[in-house]
Design a protein around this ligand. Structure first.
Ligand code: RFL
Length: 393
C-alpha cells in the first residue's frame, strides 16, 4: 500500500468538496480531494441553478466569482401560479435577491481555479474508506488503477453526497437518519430555448406541479411532476413539450418555445437528515448529511453553507493553536440551519404539488395560495426563507 500524509482529506468533488478545497487552498491548509468519478463526468453534471446570497459571498471569498459576477443573472423574486391566478414573491420585501447561475458553471469555476492553483485531486478512485476517525489519527484508504493507497490526516471531510462512503461509515449506534419520501418526482429538461418568462415560476396544476426556470436568456430548465417510479425511457423531447404545454397557464402558452433536449433526467423527491454531522474527526457536509426536494432550491446552497462553516472551524484550528471551538459546534450550528431549510423545502413541495387524489388537499392548497396572494406577511416569510437563513438568529 502506498502511503502519504496531509492535514485534511476531502472525499467528494461536488460543490461542497470543491468549495471547501478552494477555501483551504487559499488558506494554505494542506489537503487532498478524492473523487469517484472522472473530471469530465463531474464537469458535465447538470443540477441546481439558484444561489442564495451567503453562497455568493462564499464563492467571492473563495476568489472564484469572476465569471459568476460577469455572467450570472439577478433573480429579484419569483412567481407562484395556479390556474390564471398568480402572486409575485418580491425579495425586496427582505432587502435581498437570489442569483441564477448553473451548478455546472460553479463546478467548472472551482475546478479551473483548483487546477490553476495546483490543488491535488485524485479522480476515478474506488473503494474509498475512512478509518479510525474516532481516534486522533484518522486515515483514508482507496484504490486507483489497481493500486492501493493510504492517506493519514488530521481530519476527514465527508463531501461525497447521499450515497457516499462517509455516511455509511458513521457508526450505526451514533447516527440517526430522518427520512421522508414524497410519492412523486420531477422530470427535468435542459434546452437551448428562451425562457417562457423572465421570472422563475412555480406552478400548481390540478394534474401536478410544473416549473420554469432559466439558466440564461437563451437556456431554460423546465420541470414537471411525475409519479414516483416513472422511467426516463418513456419520455422524449416531443412528449415532454406536449405535457408541459398542457399544464401551462393559458397566459404563458404562447411564450413557449420548444427545441431539442440537451439533457433530461428524473429525480425522485425526498427529504433526509442525518444527525449529528460529526463523528470524531470525520465531518459530513452537503448531501452526505442531508437531501431535500429541489422545490425550495436549497440543496446546493445547503452544501455550500456546510462547506463554509467547516472551513471556518478548520481555519481556526490550524490558525489558532489547535483551537477546536468552531469544529466542536459545527454539527449543531449546521443543523440549526439545515432543519429550517428542510422545513421550507417540504412546505413549498406540499403547497405546489398534487399530493393525492383527495380533493381536500387541493382545496387546502388553493386556500393557502389565495391567502399568500393577499398577505404581505406571508409573502415576506417566503422571501425570507427562499433567500436563505443564517445558522442561528
Ligand atoms: P454531490 O454534488 O452529490 O457531490 C458528491 C461528490 O462525491 C462523489 N462521491 C465519491 N467520491 C469518492 N468516494 C466515494 N465513495 C464517493 N461517493 C460519491 C460524487 O461522485 C460527487 O462528485 O454533493 P454536494 O457536494 O454535497 O452538493 C450537493 C448538491 O449537488 C445537491 O444538493 C444539489 O444539486 C441538489 N439538487 C438541486 N438543488 C437545488 O438547490 N436546486 C435544484 O434544482 C437541484 N436539482 C439536485 C437537482 C440534485 C440532483 N441529483 C442529486 C439527483 C437535480 C438532481 C438530478
Amino acid at each position: 500500500m502506498e502511503t502519504s500524509r496531509t492535514q485534511v482529506v476531502i472525499i467528494g468533488a461536488g460543490p461542497a468538496g470543491l468549495l471547501l478545497g478552494q477555501l483551504l487552498l487559499n488558506q494554505g491548509i494542506d489537503h487532498v480531494i478524492l473523487e469517484l468519478r472522472s473530471a469530465d463526468y463531474v464537469r458535465g453534471r447538470v443540477r441546481a441553478g439558484v444561489l442564495e446570497m451567503p453562497t455568493l459571498e462564499a464563492l467571492r471569498e473563495a476568489r472564484v466569482s469572476e465569471r459568476l459576477d460577469r455572467e450570472s443573472m439577478r433573480m429579484p423574486g419569483f412567481n407562484l401560479m395556479w390556474g390564471e391566478d398568480s402572486v409575485h414573491i418580491d425579495f425586496a420585501l427582505v432587502n435581498k435577491y437570489a442569483t441564477v447561475y448553473g451548478q455546472t458553471k460553479i463546478t467548472r469555476d472551482l475546478m479551473d481555479a483548483r487546477q490553476a492553483a495546483g490543488g491535488v485531486t485524485h479522480y476515478e478512485i474506488s473503494n474509498t474508506q475512512p478509518h479510525d476517525f474516532d481516534t486522533a489519527h484518522p486515515w483514508v484508504s482507496y484504490e486507483k488503477d489497481g493500486r492501493q493507497f493510504r492517506i493519514d490526516c488530521d481530519f476527514i471531510a465527508g463531501c461525497d453526497g447521499h450515497h457516499g462512503a462517509t455516511h455509511k461509515a458513521a457508526p450505526a449506534s451514533q447516527i440517526t437518519t430522518y427520512d421522508y419520501a414524497f410519492p412523486f418526482g420531477w422530470l427535468a429538461m435542459l434546452a437551448d430555448v428562451p425562457p417562457i418568462s423572465e421570472q422563475v415560476a412555480w406552478m400548481n396544476h390540478p394534474d401536478g406541479f410544473l416549473m420554469c426556470s432559466l439558466r440564461s436568456k437563451t437556456r431554460s430548465r423546465y420541470y414537471f411532476q411525475v409519479p414516483r417510479g416513472e422511467e426516463l425511457k418513456n419520455w422524449d423531447a416531443d412528449r415532454f413539450w406536449k405535457e408541459y404545454r398542457r399544464r401551462l397557464p393559458p397566459s404563458l402558452v404562447d411564450n413557449l418555445v420548444t427545441g431539442p433536449a440537451l439533457e433530461m433526467s428524473i429525480t425522485p423527491l425526498s427529504s433526509s437528515v442525518s444527525t449529528p454531522m460529526r463523528f470524531g474527526r470525520m465531518f459530513l457536509a452537503g448531501d452526505a448529511a442531508h437531501v431535500v426536494p429541489p422545490t425550495g432550491a436549497k440543496g446546493l446552497n445547503m452544501a455550500m453553507a456546510d462547506a463554509k462553516l467547516l472551513f471556518e472551524g478548520l481555519k481556526q484550528y490550524y490558525g489558532d493553536k489547535q483551537n477546536s471551538t468552531l469544529l466542536d459546534t459545527y454539527s449543531d450550528d449546521a443543523l440549526a440551519r439545515v432543519w429550517k431549510a428542510v422545513r421550507f423545502s417540504w412546505w413549498m413541495t406540499n403547497l405546489t404539488h398534487k399530493l393525492s387524489d383527495n380533493p381536500f388537499n387541493r382545496k387546502m392548497q388553493l386556500a393557502e395560495l389565495e391567502y399568500i396572494s393577499q398577505s404581505v406577511a406571508a409573502q415576506t416569510t417566503i422571501a425570507e426563507n427562499f433567500c436563505g437563513l443564517r445558522s442561528r438568529g
